[in-house]
Design a protein. Structure first.
Length: 148
């Protein structure tokens, strides 16, 4: 049975610090723990110590190409395949967000009016899916033990 109040760890990769506060204020009551990084390079360093279940990833960072965010996403998917990624981006970057989904992002959300409610809903959905995947993996491991 799925928990109505999922808990887990989220890494926020966003260069606009004001968004950190908004995300945390919306998601903390659900029991999530957070770490933050101002760009993909800092996020890579964080991943050495902090093992999130989910990354909220902006794609555009001050002084960097949008490819930096996409490349970081590709690295996460290659090295940490169990970590889910939701891209949170501006409406003008819809094409990049679709490319992010092609590269393995679980979802994307456009920043704008009311997006924090959508973010809360989608984060909960990703964590419910993650719980199901973990339950399935545990059951599969049990079956393998019984069969061998």
């Amino acid at each position: 049975m799925l928990s109505a109040n999922p808990t887990g760890a989220i890494l926020i990769v966003e260069d606009e610090v004001s968004y950190w506060t908004h995300y945390q204020r919306k998601l903390a009551p659900l029991g999530f723990r957070f770490e933050t990084a101002i760009n993909p390079k800092a996020a890579s360093t964080k991943l050495e110590q902090f093992k999130p279940d989910l990354i909220l990833l902006d794609l555009r960072f001050e002084g960097e190409s949008p490819e930096e965010g996409l490349d970081f996403l590709s690295q996460v998917r290659a090295r940490h395949s169990l970590i889910k990624v939701i891209v949170v981006t501006g409406a003008a970057e819809r094409k990049m967000a679709l490319e992010a989904v092609r590269r393995g992002a679980s979802d994307f959300i456009e920043k704008g009016s009311g997006f924090l409610d959508a973010l809360q809903f989608r984060v909960q959905a990703v964590f419910e899916r993650l719980q199901l995947e973990r339950q399935f993996q545990t059951q599969r491991e049990r079956v393998n033990l019984i069969q061998h």
